[in-house]
Design a protein around this ligand. Structure first.
Ligand code: C2O
Length: 539
């Protein structure tokens, strides 16, 4: 009797079959249908049992080789990528318990987003664990793929959706028949990611972030990179036009005789749109390789504060099975700065295609900040001006309970105190970017993805409002999809830019507008999202 079976039985007997089925939005029958299809929302995604983890052994003499844009792979490299994923898929069939197989690999992701039943309830999303955990995961995954095809020179490829719009489609090799194709995707070969998500104006703003907390996330707060572009690219890959083709409830968990959805119209909201299944789609790893590459671009940019230096962050270990099926750990410090290259043995080769010039002349891109190539974000090192005392946090909303955001733009307004207005002057004049807008206690149902554009002093902001001084950022959440999880809690942080401060300091009022959207830019049909607090703080 394997672990999964024990856990499933345990779960069923604890909750009762009917209530479990109700939670899952399924006919109770589905639970009795024993062997799981080759594609499913995992009921339990815990790793196979293991002893104590040893520190990973890095191959310090292997070649340092480029991870390339999928578009820059040679035909032979595309074939190698397909072969590697085919070997990984085959391993799931020949030995489902081998931790290096495709489904077990996908379950590593599921488990680490509160997907397990063990009390540790690991969650590497929504905080400063997001970037380093995924970097470690990519490394181990890459070593496994290389090992399975007996090729230590194998490197992952990245999906540079920020090479806009040329590469803002699912990379063609992942759309071709074969091991890279996932039928549980809504995006078609001609779907293009909306400019608002990965176009130059938005990417410039995200990569121009100065604050490490606002970019990377902090201890318990979610940063810009994780929120958007990361989240909406997941959601879009699964379901490109939800407003035209509304997602039926529970669509991510269809009945699948023979591994295929009965109702093909449901197939668009699977895999990448749900954290529990996202890594079942091989494009997940190309998406995350790009997130990982852009993290390096940000950390090296002159305007950024660079990585956290807190020892609690640096010394934190993450556990994985390695390419030999050994249970190991990697620390955050193992994969940062020069260690990234010396331990992990890759460099990111910049995309050989530059973004189309047309992309930087689209209306949304003409809004500030000025687009510049993503390899060199516009933020310039700010000269420290005379240090003013940080202003006290300014509460904009502070509720005892949870305030629903609803499906329409939601506005909160206060009077702007004179002291704060004065204090914003140095930022407006190009001083250090020390002001952050926080939205704390954002809570959503585990079966609902969220995209929320946030504006200040723009009370009539709508889903169509363009990127400009009033826009502070987008909070996004990819549904975890775990039926046993009650709710998802996040704290969002946004950096206030100089042009935003310049506008705020001229106003008597301070308002924050939360604009809920679906991925194609329209108003959502429903929303369970609530929040507790909105405030401005100065670091
Ligand atoms: Cu762990 Cu892209 O999510």
């Amino acid at each position: 009797m394997n672990n999964e079976f024990i856990n499933r039985r345990h779960f069923v007997s604890t909750l009762g079959q009917t209530s479990l089925a109700a939670l899952l939005g399924l006919p109770a029958m589905r639970l009795l249908a024993a062997p799981p299809s080759n594609h499913e929302l995992p009921i339990n995604c815990a790793p196979p049992s293991h002893g104590t983890a040893k520190h990973i052994s890095f191959n310090s003499s292997g070649a340092i080789l480029p991870r390339k844009s999928v578009w820059d792979l040679s035909p032979a490299e595309v074939t190698r990528l397909q072969k590697a994923y085919q070997a990984m898929r085959d391993l799931t069939v020949s030995n489902p318990n081998d931790p290096r197989g495709w489904m077990q690999q996908a379950n590593v992701h599921c488990f680490n987003c509160s997907g397990g039943y063990d009390p540790s309830n690991i969650e590497i999303h929504g905080s400063w664990w997001f970037l380093p955990w995924h970097r470690c995961y990519l490394h181990v995954h890459e070593r496994i793929l290389g090992k399975l095809i007996g090729d230590p020179t194998f490197r992952l490829a990245y999906w540079d959706w920020d090479t806009y719009p040329a590469h803002a489609t699912v990379p063609p090799p992942f759309m071709a028949q074969g091991a890279l194709l996932d039928s549980f995707r809504g995006a078609t070969p001609t779907s293009v990611i909306p400019a608002r998500i990965t176009g130059p104006a938005h990417m410039q703003m995200v990569l121009g972030t100065t604050s490490r907390q606002a970019f990377m996330g902090g201890s318990g707060s979610q940063g810009a990179m994780e929120s958007s572009p990361h989240g909406p690219v997941h959601i879009w890959t699964a379901e490109t036009s939800p407003s035209q083709n509304p997602v039926p409830p529970g669509c991510f968990y269809p009945d699948m005789p023979g591994g295929q959805p009965v109702n093909q119209s449901r197939s668009g909201c699977l895999d990448m749109g749900v954290l529990a299944t996202a890594a079942q789609d091989p494009v997940f790893f190309a998406h995350h390789s790009n997130i990982d590459r852009l993290w390096d671009v940000w950390a090296a940019s002159p305007g950024s504060q660079g990585n956290w230096t807190t020892s609690a962050w640096l010394n934190h270990p993450f556990n994985f099975y390695d390419e030999n099926g050994k249970w190991i750990y990697i620390t955050v410090a193992d994969v940062l700065a020069q260690k990234e290259q010396s331990n992990l043995r890759y460099t990111y080769q910049p995309p050989q295609t530059t973004p189309s010039p047309a992309a930087s002349t689209t209306p949304s891109a003409s809004a500030s900040p000025k687009p510049t190539p993503s390899a060199s974000p516009s933020a310039t090192k700010v000269k420290p001006t005379a240090k003013t005392k940080p202003a006290a946090p300014l509460m904009i909303a502070d509720e005892k309970g949870n305030t629903p955001v609803g499906t329409k733009p939601h506005v909160r307004t206060i009077k702007m105190p004179e002291t704060h207005r004065e204090n914003l002057r140095s930022l407006a004049e190009g001083g250090p970017r020390t002001w952050l807008l926080h939205i704390d206690g954002l809570i959503a149902s585990p079966t609902e993805s969220v995209i929320l554009d946030v504006y200040v002093n723009d009370p009539s902001a709508s889903p169509d409002t363009e990127i400009g001084p009033t826009f502070v950022g987008t909070f996004a959440l990819v549904m975890p999809g775990h039926p046993h999880m009650h709710e998802v809690v996040r704290n969002a942080v946004f950096e206030i830019r100089p042009e935003t401060a310049a506008m705020l300091m001229k106003s008597d009022d301070l308002s924050v507008t939360l604009v809920p959207k679906v991925v194609d830019g329209k108003e959502p049909e429903k929303s369970t999202l609530t929040y507790k607090k909105i405030y401005l703080s100065q670091e």
